[in-house]
Structures are given as structure tokens and as C-alpha cells.
Design a protein around this ligand. Structure first.
Ligand SMILES: Nc1ncnc2c1ncn2[C@@H]1O[C@H](COP(=O)(O)OP(=O)(O)O)[C@@H](O)[C@H]1O
Ligand SMILES: [Mg+2]
Length: 270
């Protein structure tokens, strides 16, 4: 049976889809069988980030509505043999995902994969609660800013009340992934410090992903950032996070401020 991960946040634009693709590829790279599932009906971002947008024929909603069988909708990754994508539908009908339909698809997937990673839409509405319903582990993606932390805190409340685990009296294993962490702005005090975010949310830290142009570059190539340039700082952060998900006890590094030429000049001038 698969471990089911939901990548969630409440707020949009914090890095959920980037994280889903990056963790999926990082886990598949170790040989595990992984499927990433796009719950963001109408937006369809995950297929773009995975570079699979031209291969989408059938999607999640087609499977639920019985127009396609699950294997027809799964897209195999071009680079990693054990990585698959179940794309979202472009329909405008947000109610196209039904609870029974989602239950059946996730149960099917969990029989065939080691990891099922659900990419949640923004908000706390139906799409987000459907995405977290089956979660064993929730990766709460948070940026070091007040609005993001506040929305993550709301999501934690929902994870503790509206999931299948909560209904059974169990708890979802919640991990904080701090993303878009900018060491320069943190040093200036323009961003919340890691300790402050940890204090407020009080969740175990899965990792800290730095703000980096490598993320946009990888997404322009349609390659998950964790495998695009594995030596880049965000790739290392995501690969380490995947190792922690697999149970390794690795210390989390807080990204340091790297001074470019301009920064060195400014420091000298100061
Ligand atoms: N670590 C990062 N550094 C720089 N840009 C990032 C980082 N993580 C995400 N982004 C950018 O932020 C935007 C939103 O990311 P996305 O993963 O789509 O967020 P969400 O799924 O939460 O809406 C995208 O343009 C993405 O390239
Ligand atoms: Mg997204």
C-alpha cells in the first residue's frame, strides 16, 4: 500500500505544484514507484511543470466519470521510469471531482504505487479538502511571510478535522516545508525568521527551499527542479526532503546568504 502525501497550503502561489513535482521526481529517482495527482481542476499546472502537457489525453475527471480507465489516463514521465502523472481536467466545473470518485481512484493508485502525491488547489474549499482526504502525510508548504503562515495554520486545523484519518480518530503526519526562503531578506528582517514560523505552526520541519531562479528555469524546461540540475540549491533541498520522507534523519540547513559581486561591493561600501 502506498503512502499518501498531500501537498497543501491554503494560500496560492507558495510553491505547492513545484514541490509536488520536485518531491515526486526525487522519490522516483531512488527507484520508488510514484504517482503525482493534480487536484487543481481547471488550472492544470502540474502537467506543465512535468513537461507532459502535450501528452494529456484523458484526465482525472474522465476516469471518475467512466470515460477512461485509470491506466489510460496515467502519463509516464519521460526521464524516470517509475514516475507517473494523473493530470487534472481543464473543465470549469469545480464539482467534477466527487468524493466517491476520488476515493476509488486513490484506492486504486495506492495498490500500485509506493507514493501517491496529491497536489492541492489553493484555498480551503472542496478541491483542497478532497485532496487532503486520504493523506497519511501532509506537506504544509509555507513562505516566510505572515499571510502564508496564517493560511497554513488554518490548513492544519482542517487536516485535524476533515480528513479520513481525523474521522477515524487518528492524526495526519504534518510536516512544514518552508519555501521561497530568501536569506538576504531574512537577514534584513523583511521576512519571518525560520524560528518564528516554527514557533507559530509548531510542526516538524521537512526542509527549507531557498528562493532561486533555478526553479523558474527548470519549470521553463518542463523538468522537476529536483532533477533538472541536481546540484542547485533548491534541488538539494528537495532531494534531502525526500530522504527525510523516507525516514532518514538529516539535519535541516538554513540557506545562507550568498554574496554576489554587487553584494560584496555594497558590504564594502557600508
Ligand atoms: N523556491 C522557489 N524559488 C523561486 N520561485 C519559486 C520557488 N518555488 C516556487 N516558485 C515560483 O512561484 C510560483 C508559484 O509556484 P507554484 O508551485 O505554482 O505554487 P502553488 O502551486 O502553490 O500555486 C511559480 O512561478 C514558481 O516558479
Ligand atoms: Mg499549484
Amino acid at each position: 500500500m502506498a503512502k499518501i502525501i498531500t501537498v497543501t497550503s491554503g494560500k496560492g502561489g507558495v510553491g505547492k505544484t513545484t514541490t509536488t513535482a520536485a518531491l515526486g521526481a526525487a522519490l522516483a529517482r531512488t527507484g520508488d514507484k510514484v504517482v503525482v495527482v493534480d487536484f487543481d481542476v481547471g488550472l492544470r499546472n502540474l502537467d506543465l511543470i512535468m513537461g507532459a502537457e502535450r501528452r494529456v489525453v484523458y484526465d482525472f475527471v474522465n476516469v471518475i466519470q467512466g470515460d477512461a480507465r485509470l491506466p489510460q489516463a496515467l502519463i509516464k514521465d519521460k526521464r524516470l521510469d517509475s514516475l507517473f502523472l494523473l493530470p487534472a481536467s481543464q473543465t470549469r466545473d469545480k464539482d467534477a471531482l466527487t468524493e466517491e470518485g476520488v476515493d476509488k481512484v486513490i484506492e486504486d493508485l495506492s495498490r500500485h504505487f509506493d507514493w501517491v502525491i496529491c497536489d492541492s488547489p489553493a484555498g480551503i474549499e472542496r478541491g483542497a479538502t478532497l485532496a487532503m482526504r486520504h493523506a497519511d502525510i501532509a506537506v504544509v508548504v509555507t513562505n516566510p511571510e505572515v499571510s502564508s503562515v496564517r493560511d497554513s495554520d488554518r490548513i492544519v486545523g482542517i487536516l485535524d478535522s476533515k480528513t479520513l484519518k481525523a474521522e477515524r480518530g487518528e492524526t495526519v503526519d504534518k510536516r512544514l516545508l518552508l519555501t521561497r526562503y530568501d536569506a538576504v531578506r531574512a537577514a534584513r528582517g523583511d521576512m519571518l525568521k525560520t524560528e518564528d514560523v516554527l514557533d507559530i505552526l509548531s510542526l516538524p520541519l521537512l526542509g527549507i527551499v531557498p528562493e532561486s531562479p533555478d526553479v523558474l528555469r527548470a519549470s521553463n524546461f518542463g523538468v522537476p527542479v529536483s532533477i533538472h540540475d541536481p546540484d542547485s540549491a533548491p534541488a538539494r533541498a528537495y532531494n534531502d526532503a525526500a530522504r527525510r520522507l523516507k525516514g532518514e534523519d538529516l539535519a535541516v540547513e538554513v540557506p545562507k546568504q550568498k554574496l554576489g559581486l554587487f553584494g560584496k561591493f555594497l558590504r564594502r561600501a557600508a
